[in-house]
Design a protein around this ligand. Sequence first.
Ligand SMILES: Nc1ncnc2c1ncn2[C@@H]1O[C@H](COP(=O)(O)OP(=O)(O)OP(=O)(O)O)[C@@H](O)[C@H]1O
Ligand SMILES: Nc1ncnc2c1ncn2[C@@H]1O[C@H](COP(=O)(O)OP(=O)(O)OP(=O)(O)O)[C@@H](O)[C@H]1O
Length: 568
Amino acid sequence: MSENVIEFKDFTFKYDAQAEPTLFNINLKIKKGEKVLICGPSGCGKSTLSHCLNGLIPASYPGDASGELLIADKSYKEHTIFSLSKITGTVLQDSDGQFIGLTVGEDIAFALENENTPLSVMKQKVLEAAKKVGVESFLAHAPHELSGGQKQRVSLAGVMVDNVSLFLFDEPLANLDPAAGKNTIELIEQIHKTTDSAIVIIEHRLEDVLYKSVDRVILMSEGRIIADMTPDELLSSNLLIENGIREPLYSTALKYAGVNINPDMKPGRIDTLILSDEDKDKIRAWYKNVEVEKKELNSYVVLTAQDISFSYDGKKEALSNVSLKIRKGEMVSIVGRNGAGKSTFSKLVCGFEKPSRGRFLLEDKDLAEFSIKERADHIGYVMQNPNQMITKPMIRDEVSLGLALEGKLSEDEIKKKVDETLKICGLYEMRSWPVSALSYGQKKRVTIASILSMDPEIIILDEPTAGQDLRHYTEIMEFLKKLNSLGVTIILITHDMHLMIEYTNRAIVFTNGHLIKDTSCEEILTDEESCKAASLKKTSLSELAIMCELPETEFVRRFIQEDKRRRR
Ligand SMILES: Nc1ncnc2c1ncn2[C@@H]1O[C@H](COP(=O)(O)OP(=O)(O)OP(=O)(O)O)[C@@H](O)[C@H]1O
Ligand SMILES: Nc1ncnc2c1ncn2[C@@H]1O[C@H](COP(=O)(O)OP(=O)(O)OP(=O)(O)O)[C@@H](O)[C@H]1O
């Protein structure tokens, strides 16, 4: 094989279902042993590009292509899905779609089974791969018994048993808790160091992904490659912000402090960043000048959990003695490791499961007396995986569904309400499209729109911004903030520490079914012990504070203040 694993030459691709091409004139070479990050706004064609590399295009998604794409020196047209599966190992964005086996073990083994590996070798390899991603105790479980993040880990283990020339990770961090995300980036780095496979990572969370080095970042916009440069060059430019991608937190902090970033400072990663004494002084001066405000909290409690316990199988408790109070108009984060019980907690609040002990109160009324439908009038739940929520083939029908079932509004009123919501969620232009033509991030917005149209008093959102680019992330979060300022209580389940500090003041931390901490976000993020127990991760702000000899917690607090002030 030549040194290029992938070579796109003037490659253009149009889905049969679309009028215009989704990829235009792509010219891109990725060599053996290279590690490349692809980023770009939602819908810019990142997943489409990756589908070309694992054969889903043209096998599952037919369309017209021109130009050439060589994978391992052979035109993509000459490959089959099977021949490509030997070359490309993919971890898809939507890990649900990837399960084939009845158990987790079978699933990880699938790649090896195809190669007639002896049983004993196979078991050993499966166990090793499972251990690397921490799912070894789930090998006999059915995939549907896993939490979202646990499923994502299984997909990672699945590709790691393969011996491929190209690893393709499509949003590998979505749904992973911060510590697991960090491990994943370390695992990818290990693959990078120990094989000469090419690695392509598609990810929005640069704060997390740039924790280890990447050789190049490819920036896409509207189906074209608009930049192909090193992280040091990219972070010295304004291209990320201009193209709607969240910069790593330290980079934003440097800009707030008025530090001019250039490639010689090696700004591609926080641990390579070189700051002069003058830069540090600028950061200290900025820190000193940030005004710290205090927010008064409403004391009116809207949701109470009293000593809630629950088990799926009657043996192991998924939640144990959880008690908490949510005040009206609060915007809080629920965080914690994969499988900690966060989604289970939400399912209990919404009545999809019943607690084995304890009770929930909505204001002073026992929620056990409400039917699921009555609860839905007060509490909206946006689940983690949009594919588990969407039931209608057309976007407009999906978003109208709740209102139509409720039967309170006329058809015209429903139409008006749905149009408003679609506009807010940036879906109005696509209102008559089939859901099947949407990217994952776009589908996620459809599910948020469905819940918002119902005007609930409390909204629980499970990873609301997973798969969203900065523009949609900001639109969704600013809209939630606006709803919140009107009195709607918002509970965000998130693994995104960046989101937690940007938008919420309080963090409720779960680990192994227990609520272990309930305090301010900056306190959680600078407390080593809680971070470890709950698989959270300090952000790059902590490291920046240490570099400048400033107190970590206060630095994070002031950054949050400044960030909120600037976005008002
Ligand atoms: N199967 C399909 N049929 C028709 N159009 C599609 C299909 N899949 C994606 N598209 C369209 O192609 C465009 C690019 O989608 P793609 O999934 O590649 O974007 P992306 O950059 O990966 O976005 P995201 O970050 O939201 O996942 C979108 O506008 C989408 O509507
Ligand atoms: N349907 C189910 N049947 C059996 N066990 C389940 C089921 N759903 C979840 N579990 C288990 O209950 C525990 C809590 O899962 P839950 O989905 O609440 O975690 P989570 O904190 O939301 O995780 P994540 O961050 O990965 O989404 C996990 O150990 C999981 O394996």
